[in-house]
Design a protein around this ligand. Sequence first.
Ligand SMILES: NC(=O)c1ccc[n+]([C@@H]2O[C@H](COP(=O)([O-])OP(=O)(O)OC[C@H]3O[C@@H](n4cnc5c(N)ncnc54)[C@H](OP(=O)(O)O)[C@@H]3O)[C@@H](O)[C@H]2O)c1
Length: 175
Amino acid sequence: MRKIVLYIAASLDGYIARPDGSIDWLEDDVYKLEGEDYGYNSFRQTIDTTLMGNNTYKVVKEMGMPFPYQDKKNYVFTRSSHPKADFVEFVQEDPVAFVKQLKKQEGKDIWLIGGAQLNMQLLNASLVDEMIITFVPLILGRGIPLFAGGVSERKMKVHDVSTYQNGFVQVNFKL
Ligand SMILES: NC(=O)c1ccc[n+]([C@@H]2O[C@H](COP(=O)([O-])OP(=O)(O)OC[C@H]3O[C@@H](n4cnc5c(N)ncnc54)[C@H](OP(=O)(O)O)[C@@H]3O)[C@@H](O)[C@H]2O)c1
């Protein structure tokens, strides 16, 4: 069965964004490593679908660049109705029920982009098969956590660890 993979970057204290949702700290010049994409392009080839909460979708849209996942099937979860938008399908269904069905369909793996609310709900339902988390050696102190409040305790296995010259540490966790 196709896997759900959370591929995401986090500060070393476990935040994925500042309290206002910004992710500028990921692009800080101090972390620039010429020619290094942290496995992003090869990961992208393994997936054909993305999952996002509406808050994450809004951040992506406001980045001021063409929508980055145009070649994928993109689902955005929301509790309200929205006019049709390019490249994404809004889903008002419960993410857990929807993703259970999606996993049964034929296809490549599925990228859980985030954010915290969606990550928490899918992890609690045991629907996240793998997590590839790139830790940035930065303490943000506050912000939006990797998993929203209400996430259940869960032991994960470390499958692989990659370290980079800029201090990034990428850990591949499996259930
Ligand atoms: N560091 C990284 O690599 C990375 C990656 C991804 C995201 N992020 C950050 O994560 C932040 C967003 O995280 P977040 O936790 O605030 O929000 P989120 O999980 O992206 O989206 C939350 C929204 O999803 C919808 N939603 C949640 N549960 C639902 C349900 N059961 N049924 C239907 N819709 C549901 C709701 O949308 P409506 O309000 O429309 O109802 C809710 O407000 C952003 O700032 C983004 O930058 C960072």
